[in-house]
Design a protein around this ligand. Structure first.
Ligand SMILES: Nc1ncnc2c1ncn2[C@@H]1O[C@H](COP(=O)(O)OP(=O)(O)O)[C@@H](O)[C@H]1O
Ligand SMILES: [Mg+2]
Length: 284
């Protein structure tokens, strides 16, 4: 497929666990190959359910979902699932084998990779994720954060085209968050399609430019993250806080009567750049 083709195409998706209680309502979403998106929304808004629908892991959605132009249905789901690596919100839902080594080998083995190729793939995963100390451990001995890392490693080992990451940053220590972001940047550079679920605007890697906000099973916003920061009514409705540095900048803007800005800072570098441009100079 070419970069312009849609890798994920969701049309009028509706889903309910129980009759007359729609969890997803008319979701439409187009994602191109190599695109990266953050899906935002408060607890219970339907984000995880949406991911599970993309893999046909929940019965009987209505509407249409296509992955690489192929309709997601019982007949195609096995083939489609090979292209998608999903990291579940709770790593305990993901890991099920006795040892870390087995967890890492399971996915690629299922794709028909074995022998030396499998060995070198696992070595690469261990080196990239720096999990040398965990490889010989029993899965159930791992801490929650370690389990998340191994859950990610197990899908990374499959080298999927699409990564669906459900709250990958929750419960990780700062160093692991940083390592995660670096890996995601390299996946992005390798033209992987990445969808990340989050309810925290603070930890979104900067290469992600597009945000989709889900509220009570409906898409409230689909566009550039920078444009979302100006939409206070959407942020409030979806129960999302601006990143802490953006809040600080807004406060300084008010207190020091700085010019209004369109692009809010996402990290310290952004903040300093804006402050140097609009802040200190304006005060001279
Ligand atoms: N297996 C299930 N059976 C019944 N209801 C469920 C199930 N899983 C999730 N839900 C409900 O669906 C809604 C959306 O859940 P979820 O997609 O997990 O939200 P989010 O990931 O945005 O926090 C919630 O109200 C939740 O209680
Ligand atoms: Mg969830």
């Amino acid at each position: 497929m070419t970069d312009d083709e849609l890798q994920i195409n969701v049309k009028d998706l509706h889903f309910s666990f129980f009759p007359h209680q729609e969890i997803l309502k008319a979701i439409n979403l187009e994602v191109k190959k190599g695109e990266s998106i953050v899906i935002l929304g408060e607890n219970g808004s339907g984000k995880s359910t949406f991911f599970l629908n993309l893999l046909n892991l929940l019965p009987n959605f209505s509407g249409e979902i296509q992955i690489n132009g192929k309709e997601v249905n019982r007949k195609n789901e096995r083939e489609i699932r090979k292209k998608i690596g999903i990291m579940f919100q709770n790593p305990n839902d993901q890991l099920f084998l006795p040892t870390v080594q087995q967890e890492l080998e399971f996915g690629p083995s299922n794709l028909g990779i074995n022998g030396n190729e499998l060995k070198s793939r696992i070595t690469q995963v261990i080196d990239t994720l720096k999990i040398q100390n965990q490889i010989d451990k029993k899965t159930f001995h791992l801490s929650y954060g370690e389990k998340k890392k191994i859950a990610f490693a197990s899908i990374f080992a499959m080298d999927p085209e699409i990564y669906l990451l459900d709250e990958p940053y929750a419960n990780l220590d700062p160093q692991t968050k940083k390592e995660f972001s670096e890996i995601l940047i390299s996946l992005h550079q390798n033209n992987k399609t990445i969808l990340i679920i989050s309810h925290d605007l603070n930890n979104i890697p900067k290469f992600i430019k597009r945000a989709v906000v889900i509220h009570q099973g409906e898409i409230l916003f689909d566009g550039l993250i920078n444009n979302l920061y100006n939409k206070m009514e959407i942020l409030q409705k979806a129960n999302l806080d601006l990143p802490i540095l953006s809040m600080l900048y807004l406060k300084l803007m008010d207190d020091f009567h700085l010019e209004k800005i369109l692009n809010f800072p996402r990290d310290v570098d952004d903040f300093l750049e804006l402050f140097n441009k609009n802040g200190i100079k304006n005060q001279e």
